[in-house]
Design a protein around this ligand. Sequence first.
Ligand code: MLT
Length: 399
Amino acid sequence: MVKINQNFARLPQSYLFSDIAHRVDAYAAAHPHQKVIRMGIGDVTLPLPCAVVDALKSASSEMGSKETFHGYGPEQGYPFLREAIVEYYRREMGVVLKPEEILVSDGSKSDVGNIVDLFSPDNTVLIPDPVYPVYRDTNIMSGRKIVYISADSHNAFLPLPDPSVKVDLIYLCSPNNPTGAVYTKDQLAQWVAYAHEQEAILLFDAAYERFISDPALPRSIFQIPGARECAIEFCSLSKTAGFTGMRCGYTVIPMELSFPGPLGEPISLNKMWVRRQTTKFNGVSYVTQRAAQSVFTPEGLEACDKNIHYYRENSQMICSLLAKKKIEFYGGAHSPYIWLRCPGEMSSWDFFDFLLENAAVVGTPGSGFGKNGEGFFRLTAFGSRENTAEAMERLSPLL
Ligand code: MLT
């Protein structure tokens, strides 16, 4: 008889954002005339930049012509996109990478979830709590031991390593999802030193890097000396360029990362990832990769920054209401997420129900991101200006 993966029984019953979507759908069905304002999942609302739309049109025309049609492409991404990303890192962050270290995919969620294939189930994983649930759930699925490190108001949701804790894989996200907190270079240097001491790999999620507006704050783990020897970085165009519906991201695996294989011979993680992807993934469409390439042009980046500025103004609107109401909150400055303490000591899900019932506003209950998220709540700034303003008007008398 077939044996199922029993680890699935250890997962929360449903994925956080699917759970929320079901509850909101039920509310909307019961209140058909009420306009629901969604500030839960971090989905963008502004359309794609013109440079991206032009690139999509022109790549689509190429696909319609015998001379310029593209079938399967390289699974790890077309050279034109990998080179554009290398140039982006060099110009914007002073980080030198090789094109073959950039592995293009359909988004960082897939890569963050799939990277665990490269590591033995015996590894112990360090995960901050609260956390983007994909890190936790994918490691539960593959049966790894997880050690949690507390992110809370005592460390401003920026936990630092404890050298007495022995681990093999470390997940970090900065700017953080869900708390919006951002590590400084000094703090990330402590994590890099810890990863070296532990001979561990640091899995760094930089999906929100472009929301950082302070040049002193690091946007890539590779801005930290020593990171090439211990870190993998995940990045996405979802939030940078509005690609949540397009699907394109990339993972950076430095050539320095290699570990002993079955006979003690060094095996490169980069090569293992390429081996995995060539087996299980046929690459991102040519049209999408041309669109992604256009993001890294001066016009593309300028348009992305304009959109990010718009979302930042939404953040300011949310933060100013919370400040006025004297509600403790984090994030919002270099992140599209605002992480607030639920008023009146309400639990996260009670506050979720309270806002849905009384304001038809949807957020994300902090407890969905981990034990330490209990009593907190996440709002996103990715809504339209009108909806964000209307949501704040509805919330104001309730807070
Ligand atoms: C979130 O709301 O946390 C994100 O949109 C989820 C994701 O990027 O997969």
